[in-house]
Ligand binder design. Structure first.
Ligand SMILES: Nc1nc2c(ncn2[C@@H]2O[C@H](COP(=O)(O)OP(=O)(O)OP(=O)(O)O)[C@@H](O)[C@H]2O)c(=O)[nH]1
Ligand SMILES: [Mg+2]
Length: 425
């Protein structure tokens, strides 16, 4: 089947309970994808769990634990065709315990809605998610000022949130003139699909209109094939089906590929046998597509989340060391040589050791070569050594494979981008 519209992946991020899942669920209801009957069932289930008001969120939060606790734990995906795009909505968790899932979501997103509740305003994960979006290369952001019903749809509350969020966006390097701020009520369904008469002072787009205002993602199809694996399923009659988003390049049936590092740690050769996208068989897929594939020569045990399917003619490499530019977001003390936190790179999670602090730039712009330590707010060039097999590429070689977040003890310590690699022999 011919592809008619460009695909765009849009993540909903922001602090826990600010209404991401509810907004998506209601958007689906108003778009006709969630029938009234289904909604009634979800409502009854929410009542049963003592979670009145979570019926729209339940549409996205499908796991038992998510429904009982009333929090999103893992990513969930929903498709929505608009005038311009085939949108894949990615619902990310806001709770700090599940930031690692949010980072994976951010790594797949072309654009994001930062959701901020009007009354609560900026909260810790509002800020953290902005930095993570920036680091994972999400250039397009729109801000949803949600729960406007809780502030009687007042413009002054919207303006307060807008001012506070603007400060953070600016710090992270976003251009404010490119960021839309949209007042909504996810729960009441205001300003999602239809312009709300409760917000007469607001002249901008609805949430649905904003989706079509995002720019179609660049299709970096001229770069070599890179598909970081999100998961590997075993499907009866087919075999192992690794799934993930193609970051760059084109995938074709019959193409020779190599999965790096793979179980061997050195890469495992194979060939593309079949490609499936949204339950349809394809002969080719390309950058931006979320696909499931079957690879001749590779079984379920040969590959896992974090491996990368590469074009055999120009594969990525497992790195011995790499140099990166990082921003220290939140560390309880200081970062010194020898520190070995977990790096989240595309879909991989690998500990890496700081082996050299090359140069530091303080928040006031002052540069220090070979600093003894780094603290919050510092930006620095550092040399890192993965403990284990990691595939990462420099920003110049492949910008889509160069971003990472550093996590330690349940928090994001720093985020950065790789600028130089030394491949493992
Ligand atoms: N009054 C009001 N309540 C809302 C609105 N949107 C969400 N809520 C409520 O806020 C609570 C949390 O909603 P969720 O949609 O689960 O929030 P979330 O951002 O997805 O939370 P996590 O995924 O756990 O980070 C629920 O009780 C919702 O009913 C809104 O626009 N107005
Ligand atoms: Mg949620």
């Amino acid at each position: 089947m011919a592809k008619e519209k460009p695909v765009i992946n849009v993540a909903f991020v922001g602090h826990v309970d600010h209404g991401k899942s509810t907004t998506i669920g209601h958007l689906m209801f108003q778009s006709g994808k969630l029938p009234q009957q289904e909604l009634d069932k979800l409502k009854a289930e929410a009542v049963k769990h003592g979670k009145v008001g979570f019926e729209f969120a339940y549409y996205m939060d499908k796991f038992k634990e998510e429904r009982e606790r009333g929090v999103t734990i893992d990513l969930s995906y929903e498709k929505l065709p608009t005038n311009k795009f085939d949108v894949t909505i990615i619902d990310a968790p806001g709770h700090r315990d599940f930031v690692k899932n949010m980072i994976t979501g951010a790594s797949q997103a072309d654009a994001a809605f930062l959701t901020v509740a009007a009354k609560e305003g900026v909260q810790p994960q509002t800020k953290e998610h902005v930095w993570l979006l920036r680091t994972m290369g999400v250039r397009q952001i729109a801000v949803l000022v949600n729960k406007m019903d809780t502030v009687e749809y007042k413009e002054e509350d919207y303006n307060r949130v807008k001012t506070d969020v603007s400060v953070i966006l600016k710090q992270a390097g976003y251009k404010l003139e490119e960021v839309a701020f949209i007042p909504i009520s996810g729960f009441k369904g205001e300003n999602l699909v239809k312009k709300s008469d409760k917000l007469p002072w607001y002249k901008g787009p609805t949430l649905l209109e904003q989706l079509d205002l995002f720019k179609a993602p660049d299709k970096p199809t001229n770069l070599p094939l890179r598909m970081p694996l999100q998961d590997v399923y075993e499907i009866t009659g087919i075999g192992a089906v690794p799934v993930g988003k193609i970051e760059t390049g084109i995938m074709k049936i019959g193409q020779k590929i190599v999965v790096v590092p793979g179980r061997s740690g050195k890469g495992i050769d194979g060939e593309v046998r079949s490609i499936e996208m949204h339950h349809e068989q394809m002969t080719t897929a390309e950058a931006g597509d979320n696909v499931g594939v079957n690879l001749r020569g590779l079984g379920k045990k040969d590959m896992a989340r974090g491996d990368v399917v590469c074009d055999a003619a120009s594969p990525a490499h497992v790195v011995e060391e790499f140099v990166a530019q990082i921003a220290v977001i939140s560390h309880p003390t200081v970062i010194a040589k020898g520190y070995t936190p977990v790096f989240h790179v595309h879909t991989a999670q690998v500990p890496c050791q700081f082996i050299e602090l090359i140069e530091k730039t303080s928040p006031d712009g002052q540069k220090t070569p070979n600093p003894d330590f780094l603290k919050n707010g510092d930006v620095a060039k550092v040399r890192l050594k993965p403990i284990g097999n990691l595939v990462i590429e420099s920003q110049a070689t492949n910008p889509h494979m160069s971003g990472f977040a550093i996590r330690d003890a349940g928090a994001t310590v720093a985020a950065g981008v790789c600028i130089e690699v030394k491949a493992k022999k």
